[in-house]
Structures are given as C-alpha cells and as structure tokens.
Design a binder for this molecule. Structure first.
Ligand code: ADP
Length: 420
C-alpha cells in the first residue's frame, strides 16, 4: 500500500469533516475514519482524518486517544501529522489543545510546531495573536458564554501558554506577509529564543497559502481547518476534480433531520414548499411509547420510488422548548436521536443509497447505528459539507452529514443534484 502523505487527528466529528473537505478541495484524496481504525486502511488515499471526540474530555483521555491515533497514522507511514481543533480554539483552562499538542511533540520528538485556528473563509482571523470571529474579538463573539469551553481571552499566546509547559511565542502578520522565506527565518529565530510553539497570524487565505511552503519542514502542524488549504501543494498536489471522485450514485434517496437550528428549519420549509414528500415526527408520541420509527418507515416505503422523502423532528425553538420542558433536554434529545437513527437504518434496508442527515448529534447517532467506520470524502455541496461514500449495513452508501447551521435553504434538494 502506498504511504500516507498527511495523517490528521481531529478533536471532534464535524470538525474532521470540515478539515477533510478542505484537503479534498486542495487536491488530496481523503478518508475520514470515525475513531482510530482497528486495521490498515483499505483505500488508496493521500490523507486520513481520524475523528475523535476529545475536545472536552478529561486531559488524560484526550491525550491517550490522540496518541493512539498518532501511532496508527505513523503505522501507515504518514509523512506529516496535522492536529485539528476548532476555529474558535475551543478549550478549557486545562486543555485540551495544549496538552495534546505537547503529547504529540513528545511522542514525535518534535521541537517546534505552529498553532493557528485562522480560517479567513469562515471569518476566523488571527492578528498579533488575537483571534477574531467576524468583526469582533473571540471573547465578544458569544464564545465567552459557551457552556463547555467559555473563551474569555482572545489572546491565543496567553491562552495556549496557560495550557503548556513549553514556551509559546508569536509569528506576527508582518512576517507572514513577507512569505515563506521570512516565515522560515522567524521559525529559526523563535527556536533560538526557546519557543517551541508559535501562534501564527493570518488574516486572509493568501496568508495561509504564503506560509504553506515553510510548513514542509514541520513534522507536526496544529491548526483549525484553514491551514489545510496550503498543505497539499507541499506534496506536489493541486486542486483536481479527481480528488473528490466517489463511486457512481445509485438507489433511493432520503433525508433525515434532527437538527433544530435556524438554517435547518429553513431547509425543511424549502423542501416542503417545493412539493417534497415530508413527514414530521412528534417527540411526545415517541415518549408515549408509539413505534414512531415503524410508522415513518411504513409511510416512506411506497413513496421512495417517486423521489426523495424527508423525515424530520426539526421544529422551531418554541416547540423544542415545550418538548424539553415536558421530557427533559437530554431525554428528549436522546429519544429523538435513537428514533431517527432507527429510521435511517430502516431506510437503507428499504433500498435508500443516498442519505442526507441533518444535525451534528443526529449524525453521530446515525453513523453509529449504521456501523459506519470510514467515509471517503467526495464533492462539496455547500461550504464545509461534502458528500461521502461509506459502507453501511453491508451496502455501499452515499451519505452527507450536515451540522446545524450549515447549508443554503435549498440544501435538501441541491444535495441530490450535486450527486447526480
Ligand atoms: P444541530 O447540529 O442543529 O445542533 P443536533 O443533531 O446536534 O443538531 O442537535 C439537535 C438535538 O435536538 C438532538 O439531540 C435531537 O435529538 C434533538 N431534537 C430534535 N428534534 C427535537 C424536537 N422536536 N424536540 C426536542 N428535541 C429535539
């Protein structure tokens, strides 16, 4: 088997897809693995992104998972390692970005790496080490109130230093703007000053592309998904439709949606307004013991041959709160996720081979219920959301996993057009 060029470790599931999507668009053939694979990779690809769930775990667990991923990627011959975290640098005072970075550096015997969540296309920019989300600093973006990882300091050098034993420094925009040679020079200078991890400024995609060639020398890169646009070129690859080729699509088509975000509400309305075949699920009937999954499958079975069906629990915030106040937030969520995952299974058993799943948690539940462990990344439908090809229940399946606020209003219709 040819050796992997790039081995990636992502600290959450939808972040892994976002990274994989950027690599594909820059010319790499990519497989996303859900958790550390238990054997060698079957497919011939340029990069593997291992999706972990390590963003908010206790530090020890996050480190252990990341090192297991590293060992597997090294076993596949990966020439460079990419640790991917959130573009809002989601972490707690304890970690996990710093401790995981240092554990990887220790294991790889690596004396220098970079850290930058910058992704200007998604309005995440870093200037003088300060992270901006759109037009405001990180700590004014709403992220200061995040329930798990409140980000109250926009200065990433300070934030990362608080999580690290090694010295953290800054490669500022004046250097990046001068290009790869200046970046190389600055890396040497930082190393001489005892800095082991440098936060790197980037305010445009051009900054990421300019620094790209200087990253060849680093065995480990840590970043959001933005830096990925610059790495394939270092391996002699350029954007090509070949990178996103999937097996031809066939079979019946369906959408399942458990996302209640504003974008998904609009997508459901748009699908219905175009005359799409749609069925709403009632969480209260699930709670009352009705076999809502069996009912939905009985509804869908005769309609599938006519075109895509949509089965959704998507509702506006008022309806969701009313359900949550009666059932409890977590119970309602888990119950709906289980039902939608059972429906996804049943749809595949009834011949669906093109499946759109809306909702981050909902996607996790469906992927698990379908026994999917690896996905080949295909063409992008909307920014950050590609079609993928996977094996599910012994069948080849095209699947796309859309997290909450992603996608245009016509996503549920256009997704199938992209595949056709
Ligand atoms: P998003 O990506 O939009 O956040 P998720 O799937 O991650 O979507 O989260 C949505 C959560 O809301 C899931 O746990 C899902 O089961 C739950 N849910 C879906 N529909 C309803 C509903 N009608 N009432 C209450 N909870 C719901």
């Amino acid at each position: 088997m040819p050796k992997l060029l790039l081995g990636c470790i992502a600290d959450d599931f939808t972040g892994a897809t976002d990274l994989a999507n950027n690599l594909v668009r820059a010319g790499m053939r990519v497989v996303q693995a859900i958790g550390v694979p238990d054997g060698p990779l079957a497919a011939d690809v340029d990069a593997v992104v291992i999706a972990l769930k390590s963003r908010t775990n206790p530090v020890d667990e996050a480190v252990a998972q990341s090192l297991a991923a590293l060992r597997w990627l090294q076993g596949q011959g990966a020439r460079q390692i990419y640790f991917k975290y959130c573009s809002t640098f989601d972490s707690t005072a304890a970690g996990n970005i710093g401790p995981v970075t240092e554990a990887l550096m220790d294991a790889m015997g690596c004396d220098f790496t970079i850290a930058t969540p910058a992704f200007p296309d998604n309005k995440r920019t870093v200037f003088k080490g300060y992270l901006f989300v759109g037009d405001v600093l990180l700590n004014e973006s709403g992220m200061q109130n995040h329930p798990l990882t409140p980000m109250t300091d926009p200065n990433l050098v300070r934030v990362l230093q608080a999580q690290c034993r090694r010295k953290v420094g800054l490669m500022d925009h004046a250097v990046v703007a001068r290009g790869a040679a200046a970046v190389r020079e600055r890396i040497a200078q930082l190393k001489a000053e005892g800095v082991a991890i440098a936060v790197v400024d980037a305010v445009s995609n051009d900054d990421l592309l300019r620094m790209g060639p200087a990253l060849t020398a680093l065995p480990l890169v840590t970043a959001g998904s933005g830096v990925a646009i610059a790495l394939p070129a270092n391996f002699g690859l350029s954007p090509s439709p070949q990178a996103s080729v999937l097996p031809p699509a066939q079979g019946l088509r369906a959408v399942v949606s458990g996302s209640c975000s504003l974008a998904t509400n609009r997508q459901v309305q748009d699908f219905i307004a175009r005359g799409g075949q749609a069925l709403a699920l009632d969480p209260l009937r699930i709670a009352a013991g009705a076999d809502v999954a069996a009912e939905a499958l009985a509804w869908a079975a005769p309609l599938l041959a006519r075109g895509p069906v949509l089965v959704y629990s998507t509702a506006d915030s008022g309806a969701v709160q009313s359900v949550q106040s009666r059932l409890g937030v977590e119970q309602a969520g888990a119950m709906v996720e289980r039902t939608i995952a059972a429906i996804a299974r049943g749809l595949i058993e009834r011949g669906v081979r093109q499946l759109v799943v809306a909702g981050g948690e909902t996607s996790g539940a469906c992927v698990q219920a379908l026994g999917i462990t690896q996905m080949q990344i295909g063409p992008q439908i909307d920014p950050g959301v590609p079609w993928c090809h996977a094996h599910a229940l012994g069948q080849g399946l095209h699947i796309t996993l859309k997290s909450g606020n992603f996608g245009g209003d016509d996503f549920f219709t256009r997704a199938f057009e992209v595949l056709a």
